[in-house]
Ligand binder design. Sequence first.
Ligand SMILES: Nc1ncnc2c1ncn2[C@@H]1O[C@H](COP(=O)(O)OP(=O)(O)OP(=O)(O)O)[C@@H](O)[C@H]1O
Ligand SMILES: [Mg+2]
Length: 89
Amino acid sequence: MSTIEIKKITKKFGEFTAVKDADLSVKAGEVVCLLGPSGCGKTTTLRMIAGLERTTEGDVVIAGKRMNELPPEKRDIAMVFQFYALYPR
Ligand SMILES: Nc1ncnc2c1ncn2[C@@H]1O[C@H](COP(=O)(O)OP(=O)(O)OP(=O)(O)O)[C@@H](O)[C@H]1O
Ligand SMILES: [Mg+2]
């Protein structure tokens, strides 16, 4: 297991900012729950950690390694969706 850190990550879809300057640090073995109103950016944040979305700004660091440019299959991390979905690769 490894640590996950997100550092000031922002995601913009065109002019719309879905996530702004989000920071989070998760230690190995820790269970973390993201709570917030619909549309506040929870899924977008998870997608950036998993590599399914690129960050507009900020860094995703897993086990001390900056992952921003790595595709999902090279991050050694995954996510499950609320509904059945095909996972890229
Ligand atoms: N691909 C996209 N293009 C444009 N806007 C998007 C895209 N994906 C998400 N958004 C917008 O970004 C915002 C955050 O969406 P997100 O799905 O991350 O919210 P959420 O917190 O997971 O909501 P919910 O609790 O409903 O699952 C929303 O306003 C959403 O409409
Ligand atoms: Mg969601």
